[in-house]
Design a binder for this molecule. Structure first.
Ligand SMILES: Nc1ncnc2c1ncn2[C@@H]1O[C@H](COP(=O)(O)OP(=O)(O)O)[C@@H](O)[C@H]1O
Ligand SMILES: [Mg+2]
Length: 371
């Protein structure tokens, strides 16, 4: 099948590798610079412009970039993911680029992480610090490369750091320090699998495993539980491709970060696994899978813009065979269905959900009756 792909990125070396690998699978691959993208949201439909011209049609778009572009990546993905396959969901960009949002999402999914606190005022933060065991870690939600991570070994030093931080007027995270001997683990998740993983060790006298080139990395084989954990993080944040950073604690692995635009150099050099190729092949297989599913559905019915007489009618019921229009985790019903079922905003409904089936039934009470 002729498949066309686009890679939207900042053009880093990792992106160059990925685009090169994608060319082995897709018929055509465009390397698109995120800085040349504009989104026009004045009209009826939002339009994505590249270099001032409408962006072409693609079967797959892999979008990535640094936290500076999180909002842009989120917006453009919201527009494009309805038209083509994209491995990273719109929400994933904002979640992964903010450690606070990441931790909230992880918590909702019961994913183990270090005890984490956030406070917006200095007095509240000091209250938290009074109750902590030392040392503690403080970090900026959007720091990367270890640059926003601070270490305090006592209340006194944490408290004075706090006073210094208050001048920056930025929220920050207070986190329990997990003793790992300056190491952390990174797993690259592709789909439902861990494609490669390594352990990083900080250089002597450094506690942040990723800080400075002085650190070292070695390949590591993760146990099934840790692999499953990494995959569940990817799923929780909504990214089919991402890196998951974990700390090995006495109680098991604790997740500290997810990265939707991971660098590929260190992981490739360390593990000798061609991660770019694995990503490219995955993108291709997923696109192919979605394309053939689309084709099948198209053959069975017509996707959107269906007119009423094309709906199957059986004993007074209207039936429509279609795919579901997902908005994040929510499903939007086609207008024809809401109309045919005479669903309205004022009624009360019983929604019966069972695996692979939903029944919506209007109840014979009206709003206002409950008083
Ligand atoms: N709670 C913690 N306990 C111990 N070490 C930590 C903790 N959080 C971070 N670190 C160390 O600091 C490094 C950077 O932290 P991380 O949260 O990944 O921020 P960044 O986005 O800057 O990489 C980690 O790789 C780890 O070595
Ligand atoms: Mg990190």
């Amino acid at each position: 099948m002729m498949l066309r792909a686009g890679l939207i990125s900042l053009g880093s070396e990792s992106s160059v590798w990925t685009a090169k690998a994608m060319k082995k699978y897709f018929s055509e691959v465009d390397e698109l610079d995120i800085r040349k993208i504009d989104i026009n949201i004045s009209g009826k439909d939002a339009e994505i412009l590249y270099d001032g011209k409408p962006l072409g049609e693609y079967d797959c778009i892999y979008a990535k970039g640094s936290f500076r572009y999180a909002q842009l990546l989120k917006t453009l993905t919201s527009v494009l993911h309805k038209k083509c396959y994209m491995p990273i969901s719109p929400e994933a960009f904002t979640i992964a680029h903010d450690k606070l949002l990441t931790h909230l999402e992880l918590q909702e999914h019961n994913i183990p992480m270090p005890r984490t606190y956030v406070s917006s005022t200095i007095p509240a933060a000091k209250k938290i610090l009074e109750k902590m065991n030392y040392p503690v870690i403080m970090k900026f939600p959007q720091g990367t490369g270890g640059k926003g991570v601070l270490f305090a070994d006592s209340y006194a030093s944490a408290s004075s750091l706090l006073d210094a931080l208050s001048a920056l007027r930025q929220p920050f995270i207070i986190q329990e320090y997990v003793e790992t001997g300056g190491t952390d683990i990174r797993a690259i998740v592709i789909g439902t699998k861990v494609a490669a993983s390594y352990k990083r060790k900080a250089k002597m006298s450094e506690l942040r495993a990723n800080f400075h080139a002085g650190g070292t990395a070695e390949p590591i084989v993760l146990d099934t539980m840790t692999k499953k954990l990494a995959v569940s993080v990817a799923k929780a944040i909504g990214a089919e491709i991402c890196a998951v950073d974990m700390l090995e604690s006495a109680k098991g692995p604790l997740v500290i970060e997810a990265n939707v635009s991971p660098g590929l150099q260190l992981i490739t050099r360390t593990t000798k696994i061609d991660v770019a190729d694995k990503i490219a092949r995955y993108l291709y297989e997923r696109t192919l899978e979605l394309k053939s599913r689309e084709k099948k559905i198209e053959a069975a019915s017509i996707l959107r813009g269906i007119d009423e007489d094309k709906m199957v009618t059986a004993d007074g019921k209207k039936k429509l065979i279609t795919n579901l229009d997902f908005r994040g985790n929510k499903v939007l019903l086609p207008e024809l269905i809401t109309k045919a079922a005479r669903l309205d905003e004022d009624g009360y409904y019983e929604i019966l959900a069972q695996p692979e089936k939903v029944v919506i039934r209007k109840l014979k009470i009206m709003k206002g009756d409950e008083a």
